[in-house]
Design a protein around this ligand. Structure first.
Ligand SMILES: [Fe+2]
Ligand SMILES: [Fe+2]
Length: 289
């Protein structure tokens, strides 16, 4: 199933067949763009950036690559293909067919899970918004923006679920996802770690190594959800998430390699000397003193 890019909102969920849902999401779309311009990357908004864009959900080739201005990125709604006769894997409803609608008794729990997941996605874009100003290389800059636009798409993924399955309170939650902001004393993001500033690239690599990895396990467990649309959404998000962790792992690898080179050249591991040589020392500050 490929994606119709003539639609205002690219999607593989047959959005056109539900006018009310389509209209509601088209109403949310400009709010999202305003949020991106106000809270997204602070630099290069008008520059062409080489970016991956999701264009299908099959393993054979799900993305296209090209130069895009970030605010013109085609954020779309993509669910992985349904698994035929998928059954609930655990719990009280073990073995029963998965749910295509939200059961009343699980509505508030599911909404909370989706809102919390959705909240982290734009939160990370906000945390990282200044990093483009200090990127170590063009390669790193491109990776940063790739991750930023895809976290934006993950917000779309959760907002779609809220709009499609949670009625009026879902739409209200979708608006709230754009009004809470990372580190805002009055309206902070839901999870503590998403309110911490990420002001330097070592923090960014640590974030993509550890926090995105934590997020990956979160997505993997949501991919097992008995609520099938949530499962299918998260399965596709995992496809994009793999690259985020590659950025973290390869980033930390490069940092440590540089440290080891400096230590070798210096013939020691004195933290001040290592830092003077332009590398990051291995010891936490407390130990170095
Ligand atoms: Fe994400
Ligand atoms: Fe991510």
């Amino acid at each position: 199933m490929s994606i119709d890019y003539h639609e205002r909102i690219p999607n593989n969920v047959e959005l056109g067949s539900s006018r009310a849902l389509q209209r509601a999401l088209e109403h949310w779309q400009p709010h999202f763009i305003d949020w991106w311009k106000e809270m997204g990357p602070t630099a290069f908004g008008n520059a062409d950036v080489y970016l991956r864009t999701a264009t299908a959900v099959d393993a054979a080739g799900w993305a296209s690559y090209g130069m895009v201005k970030m605010p013109d990125y085609r954020w779309g709604i993509f669910l992985a293909e349904p698994v035929p006769d998928r059954r609930i894997g655990f719990g009280d409803a073990l073995g029963e067919p998965v749910w295509q609608q939200v059961p009343g008794e699980h509505r508030s729990t599911l909404r909370r899970l989706i809102v919390t997941q959705g909240d982290t996605e734009p939160a990370s874009v906000e945390q990282q918004r200044q990093l483009g100003q200090t990127c170590p290389s063009l390669y790193d800059l491109r990776n940063l923006y790739q991750i930023n636009v895809e976290e934006g798409r993950h917000l779309w993924a959760m907002v779609y679920l809220l709009h499609a399955y949670f009625g009026r309170d879902g739409r209200e939650e979708a608006e709230e996802l754009l009004t809470r902001h990372s580190g805002d004393p009055d309206k902070p993001r839901i999870l503590g770690t998403f309110n911490e500033p990420i002001a330097d690239w070592l923090s960014f690599f640590m974030f993509t190594y550890f926090t995105d990895r934590d997020g990956r396990y979160q997505l993997k467990s949501l991919a097992e959800s008995a609520f099938d649309p949530l499962s299918r959404t998260c399965r596709f998000m995992l496809t994009e998430e793999a690259y985020h962790m590659f950025v973290g792992a390869s980033g930390i690898t490069r940092v440590i390699k540089r440290t080891l080179e400096a230590m070798k050249a210096l013939g020691g591991d004195d933290p001040a000397a290592v830092r003077n040589a332009g590398a990051i020392d291995l010891y936490p500050t407390a130990r170095a003193e």
